[in-house]
Design a protein around this ligand. Structure first.
Ligand code: XMP
Length: 510
């Protein structure tokens, strides 16, 4: 196995996931875990993740220098490499910030960069870097601004990279991790994701026993796979509730109902709470406030439904959730060190909530969830669905939400998605949607001046939503969608296409 020590980087779990997808078991531990615990686990290798701190910051996560003399091959990534530099007496300094795609020149392949081209695209996200080369280390790669972008110390089996090999934008990242895991750490390929389903089902059975679970099912990939796993484990002791928040896509309630009746769930309940959500959101435009209101309203609606169901089914004591790993990291609930970006509606549970939470997919990424889903027989049409956020259209309508704006976004989104499906692009993008900006602009229609809303088309490619690139959809396609929206959707006179990557932007707008 490979241990990943978590220094709070946004992509820490991705490292473990990538190692597991190479067929090698990997586990994440907090950075301050004891050396004894590490030794007892007998890892073949250790990876130090990135993190948002500066190594000299007060309270910044540190490392026990003895870790480097255990003889276990260790790879430091970004912050992990900087810690390594600090331990070996080098200065770590703030330099030019390097963000996004950079070119690395491979000076020497060594074992770590074996098979890489002379010049490679890598993903950087750092402000600090190691200023000198510690004794016994040699340089493997450099960028224009970073002379020590990849280093090795063969004798001590220590390796460092300033860029992120775990991120898809580092095009040869998988080869680098493969080199580390197999050539340097000598791991064997013996881990299969398929086994995960049975492991998760066993764990659910152990946790839930003969009690019952109530779960919000949105019809999205995560909650459906989680519900199906729970169903496999506890059968009819699962109650699924679909809350119509009024902030869902056009035709969605009917679609979800259809799916669940096909999946043969005995207890599927539909609650129309759209009026309540709208009432509570009236006049609110702050993104975090919106998220909190939606989260709390969701829980209120649930509690009401639970109370109603408890009278009939007294054993309900768990709340099932389809939370996946990126949801947790982005809410900074998973680590002491990650910085907060957005609160996740699923996780803003008030203390009064009496149900215990069960999140069978909490450590997985979307693509793992899809593989798992397939494994347990979830329909492929459903597995291929784009992700849809819990707060729904509320975070795609910037500013205040009104029924009219909801209708407008629903109609425009429906056109965009239908066209993507019709022209065969739907499955090529990770996620696509329409967002409504809180501004109006001047246009001209039928010789008359118009002053109407502007919508944004957002379509991104991604492997896991941690990073994303804007989809390079053909101009003719975008033109057709734009024309249709302006002609068919009332009150829209301008359509723009978002060409921002994540980071620095996020996929959603709020
Ligand atoms: P961002 O906007 O943070 O989104 O780049 C990353 C992925 O997460 C989805 N997302 C959410 N999903 N509840 C969810 O269930 C939420 O509150 C939420 N916020 C963002 C988003 O659609 C994208 O796939």
């Amino acid at each position: 196995m490979i241990i990943v020590l978590n220094f709070g980087g946004q992509t820490c779990h991705l490292i473990a996931k990538r190692v597991r997808s190479l067929g090698v078991y990997s586990e994440i531990l907090p950075y301050d875990v004891s050396l004894d615990r590490i030794k007892n686990m007998k890892p073949r290798g250790i990876i130090l993740s990135g993190g948002p701190s500066s190594v000299y910051d007060k309270g910044a996560p540190q490392i026990d220098a003895k870790l480097f003399s255990l003889g276990i091959p260790t790879l430091g990534i970004c912050y992990g490499m900087q810690l390594m530099g600090k331990v070996f007496g080098e200065v770590v300094a703030r330099r030019i910030k390097e963000y996004g795609n950079k070119r690395v020149t491979v000076v020497k392949q060594g074992s770590l960069l074996k098979g890489l081209k002379k010049n490679e695209q890598v993903w950087m996200s750092h402000g600090d870097q190691v200023e000198g080369l510690p004794t016994d280390f040699s340089v493997l790669g450099k960028t224009e601004d970073c002379p020590y972008a990849a280093v090795e110390n063969i004798r001590a089996k220590l390796y460092g990279v300033q860029f992120h090999p775990e991120v898809a934008h580092t095009l040869s990242g998988e080869s680098i991790l493969r080199n580390f895991v197999f050539d340097i750490c000598k791991c064997k390929k013996d881990f299969v994701i398929k086994d995960f389903a049975q492991k998760l089902i066993r764990e659910i059975k152990g946790t839930v026993g003969s009690e019952s679970v109530i779960m919000g099912a949105s019809g999205g990939v995560d909650s459906t796979v989680a519900a199906t796993l729970l169903h496999e484990a506890i059968g009819d002791n699962l109650h699924c509730v679909f809350v119509d928040t009024g902030l869902i896509r056009k035709g969605e309630a009917e679609e979800v109902k259809g799916y669940f009746s096909e999946l043969d769930f005995k207890h599927f309940h539909m609650v129309d709470a759209s009026a309540l959500f709208l009432k509570r959101l009236r006049g609110v435009s702050d993104p975090e406030k919106k998220r909190k209101i939606i989260g709390h309203t969701f829980i209120d609606v649930f509690e009401r439904k639970v109370k109603e169901l408890e009278r009939k089914f007294p054993a309900i004591s768990f709340l099932g959730q389809g939370t996946i790993y990126p949801d947790r990291i982005e809410s900074a609930q998973s680590s002491k060190t990650a910085s907060k970006i957005k609160s996740h509606h699923n996780l803003t549970l008030p203390d009064k909530m009496k149900l215990k939470v069960i999140e069978p997919l909490r450590d997985l990424y979307k693509d793992d969830v899809r593989v798992l889903g397939k494994e347990i027989g979830v329909a492929s049409e459903l597995i291929g669905r784009h992700p849809f956020p819990g707060p729904g259209l509320a975070i795609r309508i910037l500013g205040e939400i009104t029924p009219r704006k909801i209708r407008l976004v629903q109609e425009a989104d429906f056109i965009f998605i239908s066209e993507l499906k019709k022209q065969g692009y739907y499955d090529q993008v990770w996620q696509a949607f329409v967002a409504l900006l809180p501004v109006k602009s001047v246009g001209v229609m039928g010789d008359a001046r118009t002053y109407e809303y502007m919508v944004v088309l957002r379509a991104v490619t991604s492997r896991d939503a941690m990073t994303a690139d804007w989809a390079k959809l053909p101009a003719a396609f975008l033109e057709r969608v734009s024309n249709r929206i302006v002609n068919e959707v009332e009150s829209v006179n301008r359509v723009v296409y978002d060409i921002t990557q994540k980071p620095p932007a996020t996929i959603e707008y709020e």
